[in-house]
Write a protein that binds this ligand. Structure first.
Ligand SMILES: Cc1ncc(C[n+]2csc(CCOP(=O)(O)OP(=O)(O)O)c2C)c(N)n1
Length: 325
């Protein structure tokens, strides 16, 4: 597959937006500006960008607890995302969801999820709906490498395979689940090998190489649109920050991975730097400077509007609640 220069610029811009968004979130969270909890996507930008850039608004995505990158890459409004993190009424879920529950059905993001692998049954149902409606829209379900050991993973992939659903399950294997290496909880190394057990194509790609991710995802999406059924895609990636923001303050450093390892990954395997190096010959420095400026401006506007937004009043606590005990 030939990836056009225009598409590479789009992938670069999307990755940079995720990176700058997450950097601001880290610093604002550390300053106590945001309630709740946040899991950073820094280091993993090539996966969300490579998979989501090129999807239609009518294609659906289900996200995870580490979902800011998916929301940005699916084209959700940055001001509304930032306001959601502040718990403001102007947030994408009116301030009710927070970091782990970004959703925008119009844009095809069915939601983040605090329940590991909780998005997969929703994605499978959405893919069944697309098929029954006779539409060629697809569904992407992101899941972490820890999520592959949940029952929902098995049930969803089995159903997707027997019903030939337009589902692409993307395992974001960032090597470490919550405070441990994934091999301490999973008996096999290559998680996409499980595809054979479900009777679907499976593929592992370098998740720091956005072009490789984009190529593999595009092929899986095209197969699903043609009625060829689901694919299991494993993207080998790495998270540059802790499992959640504030991890170091709670656990200390060098507990389940070394500081040297993280530094080496940042130095050699930064997905944004890797794409920049490949584009440098064909794209001038002014492109990178312009994207940097535009991105920083967009993030600045998002923070300013989030700060200026109102908090919901306590009297509204019961609004948008559809079930009660
Ligand atoms: C069903 C369920 N079990 C346990 C947890 C607690 N928990 C939150 S994140 C996490 C680790 C998830 O690891 P992984 O799916 O690999 O995603 P990563 O954090 O590596 O991106 C765990 C165990 C949870 N949220 N949901």
């Amino acid at each position: 597959m030939n990836i056009s220069a225009e598409r590479m610029c789009e992938l670069y811009g999307t990755m940079l937006t995720i990176r700058r968004f997450e950097e601001r979130v880290s610093s604002l969270f550390a300053r106590g500006r945001m309630p709740g909890f946040t899991h950073s996507y820094i280091g993993m930008e090539a996966v969300a960008a490579g998979v989501c850039v090129g999807l239609r608004a009518t294609d659906k995505v289900t996200s995870t607890h580490r979902g800011h990158g998916h929301a940005v890459a699916k084209g959700l409004d940055l001001c509304a995302l930032m306001a959601e993190l502040y718990g403001k009424r102007t947030g994408i879920c009116k301030g009710r969801g927070g970091s782990m529950h970004f959703a925008d059905v119009q844009r095809g993001l069915l939601g983040g999820n605090g329940i590991v692998a909780g998005g997969l049954p929703m994605a499978t149902g959405a893919a069944l709906a697309h098929k029954l409606d006779g539409r060629d829209d697809v569904v992407v379900a992101f899941v972490g490498e820890g999520g592959v050991n949940q029952g929902t993973f098995h049930e969803s992939l089995n159903l997707a395979a027997i019903w030939t659903l337009p589902l692409i399950c993307v395992i974001e294997n960032n090597i470490y689940t919550e405070y441990c290496h994934y091999r301490t909880v999973t008996a096999i190394d290559t998680l996409s090998d499980r595809a054979g057990a479900y009777g679907m194509p499976g593929l592992m790609v370098d998740g720091q190489d956005v072009l490789a991710v984009h190529q593999a995802a595009t092929e899986a999406v095209e197969r699903a649109r043609r009625g060829g059924g689901p694919t299991l895609l494993e993207a080998r990636t790495y998270r540059f920050r802790g499992h959640h923001e504030g991890e170091e303050q709670i656990l200390g450093r060098n507990i389940y991975r070394t500081v040297e390892e993280i530094e080496e990954q940042r130095r050699l395997r930064d997905p944004i730097a890797l794409l920049k190096a490949r584009m440098q010959e064909s794209v001038g420095d002014d492109f990178f400077a312009r994207v940097e400026n535009e991105t920083n401006e967009a993030i600045k506007r998002a923070v300013e509007s989030a700060e200026a937004g109102e908090l919901p009043s306590p009297a509204e606590a019961g609004d948008f609640v559809y079930a009660s005990p």
